[in-house]
Design a protein around this ligand. Structure first.
Ligand code: FE2
Length: 279
């Protein structure tokens, strides 16, 4: 009886190990998230934003997998694409290959990026810029649709103490502001601003999460509070993307890799319709 129990237990552990090491890290989910924005200009109604985060290209997150994710993002036909940091894991040798794959991203109105705590600022800025990606380091760009506009801002990494949200927003007017950051702890800094929507990564959704318990570890000063998903704090909405790569242990468990497609809607509009189109 004891031997059968131990054998069954061993099989169970091996199955969980195989699933979390081999299956779930490649089982990418695409999440469609409507986001309501105050006073969204009419011409930006229905604007789509694809988010890719925490790629962590390394021997456990191979180039072919990154390529598949890039193709999945392109297939969504987004108006803009945002990348929210952590492009490699441990070795700088992975930077140029990941930048080459990201150069294939296609969006009608641009690809924008911020840096994460695993990214060397100078080298990553250079590699992504050469790939045609606009890297936002404590700065913003306006997006125009005829006479309407909104802003896409990005901050440097919070963990390194380099985030300067005031500088990133300096010169913006009262039009909607989308903010890219790596770390969800940035939400604390947005309290005194009029940022409408923040897109972040960093947490990997805990990477290992237990049913009925939740994520085991989230590297945030707020613990597991902002592990993954959509949050509303005062007038600001924040989405925490689980990323597609891994760091530390090369496993994912109940924290599937994620690509997200946001659709912006004016807050006054009641009906939310998911738009699909061919590109
Ligand atoms: Fe990360």
């Amino acid at each position: 009886m004891f031997i059968r129990g131990a054998f069954g237990c061993g099989i169970g552990i091996a199955s969980i190990g195989g699933y979390s090491r081999l299956l779930e890290p490649r089982w990418v989910e695409t999440n469609y998230v409507p986001v309501k924005i105050n006073a969204l200009p009419k011409r930006f109604e229905g604007m789509t934003i694809a988010q890719l985060s925490d790629i962590h290209h390394c021997k456990y997150v191979p180039r072919e997998f990154v390529r598949k994710c890039v193709r999945k993002v392109n297939a969504l036909c987004p108006d803009i694409i945002v990348l929210t940091g952590d492009y490699i894991y441990r070795s700088d040798a992975f930077l140029l290959p990941v930048a080459e794959e990201l150069s294939e991203l296609k969006a009608k109105e641009g690809v924008f990026a911020v840096l994460g705590n695993h990214d060397n600022k100078g080298d990553t800025f250079s590699a992504l810029s050469k790939a045609g990606i606009r890297v936002l380091i404590n700065e913003h760009v306006p997006l125009f649709r005829k006479r309407d506009h909104l802003f896409v801002a990005g901050v440097d990494d919070l963990w390194k103490g380099w985030s300067d949200l005031g500088r990133a927003l300096k010169g913006t007017d009262d039009k909607p502001k989308l903010l890219l950051a790596h770390n969800p702890d940035i939400i604390e800094m947005t309290k005194t601003t009029d940022v409408d929507f923040v897109m972040v990564g960093h947490t990997h959704g805990g990477q290992v999460s237990l049913p009925l318990y939740g994520p085991l570890i989230v590297y945030s000063k707020f613990g597991v509070r902002y592990a993954a998903g959509l949050f509303h704090e005062r007038n600001t909405t924040m989405y925490v993307n689980k990323g597609i790569g891994v760091s530390g242990l090369p496993v994912r468990f109940f924290a599937r890799p994620e690509i997200t497609l946001f659709t912006l809607r004016n807050k006054r509009r009641k009906e939310v319709v998911r738009q699909e189109e061919q590109c």
